[in-house]
Design a protein around this ligand. Structure first.
Ligand code: ATP
Length: 260
């Protein structure tokens, strides 16, 4: 395996009495596609938020390319950019696609409007949505909104290329999409990984079988706040680990407690 880009060591996080992450060790290596899987409510989104620097762990350490992160993302000087694609596309309804995708550059850079518009167009082309800069989120399908949120996540400031994400974190990118729209998103995730100069490393949280199989090379299985199993997609099919067998079969019988 290649260089570790992100390492969590002994990370724990509670919300009130609810211990959501319990002494988690996790490494994301350069160039890999890591799938984080597990039953609902088991801390997968929380892990992504901790990696992104949006949530502080109660205990444990986070290293980004070997540099320990102190505090949340806005206070830290991570040596590489980390982008996040949220479960809900999280677009601003009152802004058009151009203003949504270019939001951070319009807010924080001194680039002229025309240059930001060009950068937005470039990213929209990359996600397969040319010519929609003028549309509003309400005019887009769910799959298109997802792709716009991808375009926003891969935006970078040419004045400060380090801001461009080297690692992308996808939180359930195909949730709520029909199988064909899901395939489009899964292909796009792989296409972005292989495009030169775009984030070739990513972690993806998903429940969807096709998304697990088509977008992850290595899997970690999280349950009750702990990493319970790791392996490849092929290993997932062949292992007799009872948690994995129950998860893959969707059976209500087994060690995973059915909630609700
Ligand atoms: N900000 C918060 N405040 C309080 N509780 C929270 C917060 N964020 C998450 N939780 C709780 O932490 C637990 C894990 O949530 P998380 O979203 O990380 O799980 P998940 O594995 O991603 O679930 P799902 O697959 O259903 O999205 C849940 O019980 C959730 O209610």
């Amino acid at each position: 395996m290649t260089e570790p880009l992100i390492e969590l060591k002994g990370v724990s996080k509670s919300f009130g009495n609810n211990k959501v992450l319990d002494n988690v060790d996790l490494t994301i290596y350069r160039g890999e596609a890591l799938g984080i899987i597990g039953p609902s409510g088991t801390g997968k989104s929380t892990i992504l938020r901790v990696i992104a620097g949006l949530t502080n762990p109660d205990e444990g350490e986070i290293y980004v390319q070997g540099v320990r992160r102190e505090g949340l993302i806005e206070d830290s000087a991570d040596p590489i950019g980390i982008g996040m694609v949220f479960q809900q596309a999280a677009l601003f309804d009152s802004l058009n696609v151009d203003e949504n995708v270019g939001f951070l550059l319009y807010q924080n850079s001194k680039l002229p409007r025309s240059q930001i518009q060009e950068l937005v167009k470039e990213k929209l082309d990359m996600v397969g949505l040319p010519g929609i800069s003028h549309l509003y989120p309400s005019e887009l399908s769910g799959g298109m909104r997802k792709r716009v949120s991808f375009a926003r996540a891969i935006m970078s400031n040419p004045e400060n290329p380090k801001e461009g994400p080297e690692v992308l974190l996808y939180d359930e990118p195909t949730a709520g999409l029909d199988p064909i729209a899901s395939t489009v998103i899964e292909d796009l995730i792989r296409d972005l990984q292989s495009m030169h100069g775009v984030c070739s490393t990513y972690a993806i949280v998903t429940h969807q079988d096709s998304t697990i199989r088509r977008t992850a090379d290595r899997l970690v299985f999280l349950y009750q706040g702990r990493v319970q199993w790791q392996g490849t997609v092929n290993d997932m099919d062949s292992t007799d680990h009872p948690l994995i067998r129950q998860f893959v079969s969707g059976s209500v019988q087994g060690p995973i407690q059915v909630v609700g």
